[in-house]
Ligand binder design. Structure first.
Ligand SMILES: NC(=O)c1ccc[n+]([C@@H]2O[C@H](COP(=O)([O-])OP(=O)(O)OC[C@H]3O[C@@H](n4cnc5c(N)ncnc54)[C@H](OP(=O)(O)O)[C@@H]3O)[C@@H](O)[C@H]2O)c1
Length: 245
């Protein structure tokens, strides 16, 4: 029986490319998101193209009370689960997110919901002493900027959470990788002003899967974002607060 990977937020453009790359390596897949029709179409397409087992089921990051039973049903369907890719995220209108009614949704979709489902994944893999968790965070979580600090705060919290989880699971051999993409051409960024060095979701998805073959714990995608963010993080606060970023 082949090893399986759970893709959370499987309708994301980046996640689709990662799912195809995993299927190409022979992994079975469990696809999860809120859009059941799209999941059904994606599952049929992946089965046809790669001949692997693909299951799917509904998952809402904000519906925290459902996460335990959701994860249990994944394990029942795929007892050979070996890895998880946490790909869901919500940017929304960051001006509107200054109103906490939307801000709370951004934090729930990017952080609280992620911490909830990852707790179930971690508690499952830890006693088995095997497996991997890949969490898609963002360069936006590396420094608070006026244009997207609600999303950035949620992603920054996710990065910190993944760092702690890696620290906890390393001794038992469970790998935790933090992925920090820069700008990627997906529905999330469609029509946004000021984008530069925009990567394709295909490229980012494939690189996410390849990160398992390397030893890095924190992966900036493409690689040059590590240096862009290094510079941005080192701008002194008295200067930074005067910038329109
Ligand atoms: N695009 C970029 O420039 C960029 C840069 C850095 C990081 N990222 C991160 O990369 C990841 C993938 O993003 P993408 O650009 O591929 O975006 P996308 O195509 O807009 O996909 C977003 C995904 O998140 C899911 N989602 C949103 N809210 C959810 C919720 N409450 N519960 C469950 N699923 C939910 C959506 O699923 P439904 O079908 O359920 O709506 C969809 O699958 C995200 O974590 C994003 O924050 C993106």
């Amino acid at each position: 029986m082949s090893q399986a990977v759970l893709i959370l937020g499987a309708t994301s453009a980046i996640a689709r490319a990662a799912a195809a790359a995993f299927a190409g390596q022979g992994y079975a897949l469990y696809l999860a998101s809120r859009d059941r029709d799209e999941l059904r179409r994606s599952a049929a397409d992946l089965r046809l193209r790669y001949g692997v087992e693909v299951r799917y089921g509904p998952f809402d990051a904000e519906a925290i009370a459902t996460h335990e039973s959701f994860f249990r049903s994944v394990i029942e369907d795929m007892p050979n689960l070996h890895g998880v890719v946490l790909a869901f995220g919500f940017l929304g209108d960051q001006q509107a997110a200054r109103d906490f009614r939307l801000g709370e949704k951004v934090i729930a979709a990017n952080f609280t919901g992620a911490a909830s489902i990852l707790s179930h994944c971690a508690n499952y893999f830890e006693p088995l002493k095997r497996g991997f968790i890949i969490g898609i965070s963002s360069v936006a979580g590396d420094r608070g900027r006026q244009s997207n600090y609600v999303y950035g705060a949620a992603k920054g919290a996710l990065s910190l959470y993944l760092e702690g989880l890696r620290n906890r699971l390393f001794p038992v051999g469970v790998r935790v990788i933090t992925v920090k993409p820069g700008f990627v051409d997906t529905a999330m960024t469609y029509g946004l002003p000021g984008l530069f060095l925009v990567a394709s979701p295909q490229d980012i998805g494939e690189r996410i899967v390849r990160s398992l073959d390397k030893s890095a714990d924190v992966v900036y995608l493409p690689w040059f974002w590590r240096y862009i963010m290094l510079i941005i993080r080192h701008i002194p606060e008295p200067v930074f607060k005067r910038l329109k970023l």
